[in-house]
Design a protein around this ligand. Structure first.
Ligand code: LIP
Length: 264
């Protein structure tokens, strides 16, 4: 029987090392950056250094296993692939907002089996192995018990392309009267971990990279959330990521579809 738990230990150890590196870089110099898809889609020297460290350490601890990373790319293959977001929440990191992560997941045939989401600013570590539950610093976490959509706290995010952001904003404006409140925190992996711990009742966003959701999606699912990864929610759009506590999952899915979330 395959036991994914040793992979969590590796993701945690390397994630902690990369987290320490990005913290040192943040403390020691002005954070330089380039841009990618738009002028607001930034990549810092720390993003690149973090991914380099993770790749080097994985080659030492797990030689020959492929890596897909946000900055250097790669592909998901049959068998085991490591999926890395060297800094998730890069804009938060750039501005010194302490809500960003190093996210490392192990996927088997494209499905997450182990993951660690490290918060460099606090040292907290979220982990999960498929079938073994979800944890924050080793303490089990579980989704909220919310069953009333109008009393739910909903996390969301925006794509970088301005024309899509306007359509997304229209959707969230429509949703704002159907839930308790909305939160846009800026790091998908930590939004998914927040659903796992009941700090959010749900989260939805378009246009995430596999590296954004690979670890956090497993953590949310292992904590009891209904998780729908890109390609599994036709009514919400082919690139939608959705996670919700079961008590509101169906109602939220329908409300998002009615609000036009699937057409942004
Ligand atoms: C970020 C995501 C966030 C999304 C941002 C960005 P990055 O990832 O975590 O949820 O709204 O647009 O994609 O670029 O910081 O790794």
């Amino acid at each position: 029987m395959f036991d994914p738990r040793p992979l969590v230990d590796i993701a945690t150890a390397i994630g902690r090392e990369a987290g320490a590196l990005v913290q040192r870089m943040r403390a020691s110099a002005v954070v330089s950056f380039d841009t990618k898809s738009t002028s607001t889609d930034v990549v810092t020297a720390a993003d690149r250094a973090s991914e380099q460290l993770v790749r080097t350490r994985l080659s030492e601890l797990r030689p020959g296993e492929p890596v897909l990373g946000e900055e250097e790319g790669g592909t998901v293959v049959e068998g085991l692939t490591w999926v890395v977001d060297p800094i998730d929440g890069t804009v938060n990191y750039l501005y010194g907002i302490p809500w960003y992560s190093v996210s490392i997941a192990a996927q088997l045939d494209g499905e997450s089996v182990a993951g660690a989401v490290v918060e460099p600013a606090t040292g907290r570590v979220w982990t999960a192995a498929r079938g073994y539950g979800a944890f924050l610093d080793g303490v089990p976490v579980h989704v909220s018990a919310t069953t009333d959509l109008s009393l739910s706290l909903l996390g969301y995010g925006f794509a970088y392309r301005p024309e899509r952001r306007q359509r997304q904003a229209d959707t969230w404006a429509a949703m704002s009267t159907r839930v308790r409140d909305l939160r846009r925190a800026g790091a998908a992996s930590l939004d998914l971990c927040s659903v796992a711990a009941g700090r959010l009742d749900a989260y939805a966003e378009h246009a995430l990279g596999r590296w954004d959701w690979a670890a956090g999606g497993l953590i949310a699912a292992e904590a009891g959330a209904v998780v729908r990864l890109p390609g599994s929610s036709p009514e919400l759009g082919e690139d939608a990521t959705f996670a919700a506590t079961p008590g509101i999952a169906d109602a939220l899915y329908s409300a998002l579809a009615e609000s036009g979330f699937g057409k942004v």
